[in-house]
Design a protein around this ligand. Structure first.
Ligand SMILES: [Mg+2]
Ligand SMILES: [Zn+2]
Length: 196
């Protein structure tokens, strides 16, 4: 079975928009890959990890952008990474929200992180050994999803990272494998400490 690094998108791989009026990324040109991400991903890939993006995109349920827009954004990100030799094995997203305005996506699902649904789906589709895998994200939701699925977990302090530390329970914080300032340090830690 393969091992994977599961990567959150916003605040982990790419910069979040901090605008008050429209904080969601709705177009490919708004995609900015965070510093250190490319190198970290290249090294993880070389160490034998599949890279799988796992992202909550409730903006779809909220009517802020469409599935088509999301796919264009993700495709653009994938292309930018590929130009640097980084291959995203798969992308999984949750379009739902329990209070969404678009009926089709308004539900309490099992895929919105902190639920582990998307990680479990990836395991099934790609044959991934979750115990040898790591979830990296900037939100407490990423950490909880990883812990529920049985992966290791790293919280990065980019994006919402600093606020997220406070939202974790003591137990969750203790179970966390690492709090890393950014992807560079997260990648380094994995390659140094996880040998199998
Ligand atoms: Mg995030
Ligand atoms: Zn969902």
């Amino acid at each position: 079975m393969k091992k994977a690094v599961f990567l959150d998108r916003d605040g982990t791989l790419i910069k979040e928009l901090k605008r008050k009026t429209r904080p969601f990324i709705t177009a490919p040109r708004e995609v900015r890959i965070l510093p250190g991400v490319i190198t970290a991903c290249q090294k993880l890939q070389r160490a034998g990890y599949q890279l799988v993006m796992i992202t909550n995109q409730s903006g779809i349920a909220r009517g802020l952008f469409t599935v088509g827009q999301l796919q264009r954004i993700n495709h653009h990100l994938r292309k930018q990474l590929a130009q640097k030799g980084v291959r995203l094995q798969a992308i999984y997203y949750c379009p739902h929200h329990p209070e969404g305005i678009r009926r089709r996506y308004r539900r309490k699902c099992r895929c919105r992180k902190p639920q582990p649904g998307l990680l479990r789906q990836a395991k099934k589709d790609l044959g991934i050994d979750l115990k040898r895998s790591i979830m990296i994200g900037d939100s407490w939701r990423d950490v909880q999803a990883g812990q529920r699925a049985g992966t290791r977990t790293i919280l990065v302090l980019t994006g919402q990272g600093r606020a997220s530390v406070k939202k974790l329970s003591r137990r969750e914080r203790k179970k966390l494998d690492l709090i890393a300032p950014n992807m560079t340090q997260a990648g380094r830690w994995i390659n140094r400490h996880l040998k199998s």
